[in-house]
Design a binder for this molecule. Structure first.
Ligand code: MSP
Length: 510
């Protein structure tokens, strides 16, 4: 049985349509999963939506719809975005589903029976948009929320509390013993500093609404958003329902999330799991924010860009490539249409597209589409491929997606230079150098094949199309990284040149 690999995205609030910031998280997660599929692992990729929140109730009211109807509609919107982005999902979870109520209630019950939940009063600075209380240290000037930059409200209410403080030492130890639990390191350091400052117990219920999961021992309260939301990662792989699936995939390998919700995932979530005697996830992997016009893209700020419009205009693979190459994973990055067009023209049309059409048209012109099969063809180009493959693997294994793509583009540039240096058009004219022409053409075809395999996680459609044209179509659903062990797979096959993979975008048109 192949090695299981379970990755989740955050579940987005459905109080607004998804934007490019959400799309970025989905694309990065899908690319990581596709890489693990190429390694031959048994992958489970989960995403979904977070429906129990005051913001969602408000959005439904604003539309004059019932909360459930509103959520039903928005769940479809998020699912469709995944489809359009090319996410290969294995599960999609909605927190209003009965199967998820079962999980949340079981988690609450276990924690309550442990003595980790008690009733109390909460007073503090509350950000309605984050649905979270903030400590004084966290607030910005005028008691503004550090994420939304809007003033927090002073709130007092009767709540049930989770004894987060009780787990401070255990969490410190977990961070110490598992240096890659929270990545990249900058985020991990922030969390360890928070642990050093000490943790406060956290409110986990509301009695002011009925929209949520009722507490098993006091139905006048529903679970507060985070206790309910985080448990989705268990429901999604069959907790309490499908024992085999759960046993196979839990604990999760990676939770992919944005930096604003790291403390919930790296501090609260492991404490909840400890309280419920469940294993902890192996890693919380944090990405930065996508900025647009100088600010974090967000509905509240009003600078959102619709990913569907970009897919329509540029295609999904170019959008996936742009976001994953442009943004250093873990850091914040900027979106602008101009940058997208520049990358498209430079990296895709000029570098990759050009290499592909040059190589295929030369094999067509000089060898009637038949890839030659000369002996002992390896040279500097194969060495360049080996180097790219090594760097690609090292970086993909660290989820440094932008660096992995950089390594593939080094190979593509090398191959384009190789064409210029070897000048196959000159070799073709010289009867005495036909063997060399065979070698050059095979090398180029194989380098192109290697590039096509390595771009699969980021540009799956283009990858499969390139492999098809090279007469090396994949046998299952995706290429295998192990296919790069051979340097003559295309030899003796008949390639199929086609139209340009990336027609240039003329800026004036935009
Ligand atoms: N519902 C919670 C998550 C619960 S997970 C158990 C939530 N939802 S959200 O809709 O606000 O955000 C969903 C994800 O999108 C988060 O990981 C968040 O960081 C990410 N992003 C939201 N805006 C973003 C950008 N502008 N850029 C990149 N990611 C951003 O938080």
């Amino acid at each position: 049985m192949s090695h299981p690999f379970y990755l989740t995205t955050a579940i987005a609030y459905v109080n607004g349509k998804p934007h490019v910031g959400h799309a970025y998280e989905f694309i990065a997660s899908d690319a990581i999963c596709r890489y693990h599929r190429m390694l031959g692992e048994n992958v489970f990729f989960l995403s979904g939506v977070d429906e129990h929140s005051a913001q969602v109730e408000k959005a439904a009211r604003d539309e004059g719809a019932s909360t459930q109807d509103y959520c039903d509609k928005m769940a479809v919107v998020f699912r469709e975005l995944h489809e359009k982005l090319g996410s290969h999902l294995d599960g999609f979870i909605r927190t209003s589903e009965p199967r998820h109520h079962v999980t949340t209630q079981e988690m609450l019950r276990r924690s309550y029976e442990k003595g980790d939940i008690y009733k109390g009063h909460y007073e503090g600075w509350y950000c309605v948009s984050c649905e979270a209380f903030y400590q004084d240290d966290d607030l910005e000037a005028n008691n503004c929320c550090p994420v939304h930059k809007k003033p927090c409200e002073w709130l007092k209410e009767e709540n049930y509390f989770f004894k987060l403080s009780k787990y401070t030492e255990a969490l410190k130890q977990h961070f110490q013993e598992n240096p890659t639990f929270n990545q990249p390191d900058g985020y991990r350091n922030e969390m360890t500093a928070q642990l050093e400052r000490g943790l406060k117990d956290i409110s986990i219920s509301r009695s002011t609404t009925k929209w949520g999961v009722p507490l098993p021992w006091d139905e006048s309260h529903v679970a507060y958003v985070w206790f309910d939301a985080l448990s989705n990662y268990l429901t999604g792989v069959g907790f309490m329902k499908e024992e085999e699936t759960f046993k196979t995939f839990w604990p999760a390998d990676i939770h992919v999330i944005g930096k604003d919700i790291n403390r919930f995932h790296s501090v609260l979530w492991p404490a909840m799991l400890m309280s419920c005697d469940l294993e902890l996830p192996k890693q919380v992997l944090v990405h930065g924010f996508i900025y647009h016009k100088g600010e974090k893209m967000s509905k509240t700020i009003g600078n959102i860009v619709d990913p569907l419009a970009l897919i329509e205009a540029y295609g999904r693979d170019p959008l996936r490539y742009f976001l994953l190459r442009e943004v250093a994973f873990g850091q914040d990055g900027n979106y602008s249409e101009e940058a997208l067009i520049n990358r498209y023209n430079a990296d895709l049309a000029n570098d990759l597209g050009n290499l592909s059409s040059r190589v295929l048209s030369m094999v067509k012109k000089y060898r009637k589409c038949l890839v030659p099969n000369p002996a002992g063809s390896e040279d500097g180009l194969r060495e360049a491929m080996e180097k790219a493959r090594r760097q690609y693997r090292e970086n993909m294994d660290k989820n440094a997606l932008h660096l992995a793509l950089g390594a593939v583009w080094d190979l593509i540039s090398y191959a384009n230079r190789y064409v210029d240096e070897q000048a196959p058009w000159a070799l073709a004219k010289d009867d005495g150098r036909q063997d060399q022409l065979d070698r050059v053409l095979l090398n180029l075809v194989e380098a192109l094949r290697a590039a096509a395999v390595m771009i699969y996680p980021v540009m799956p459609d283009i990858s499969l199309e390139m492999l098809r044209r090279l007469a090396c179509p994949v046998e299952g659903e995706h290429p295998l990284l192990a296919d790069l062990d051979a340097w003559n797979l295309c030899a003796g096959r008949t390639i199929e040149p086609g139209p340009s993979l990336f027609p240039r975008i003329e800026k004036e048109e935009k």
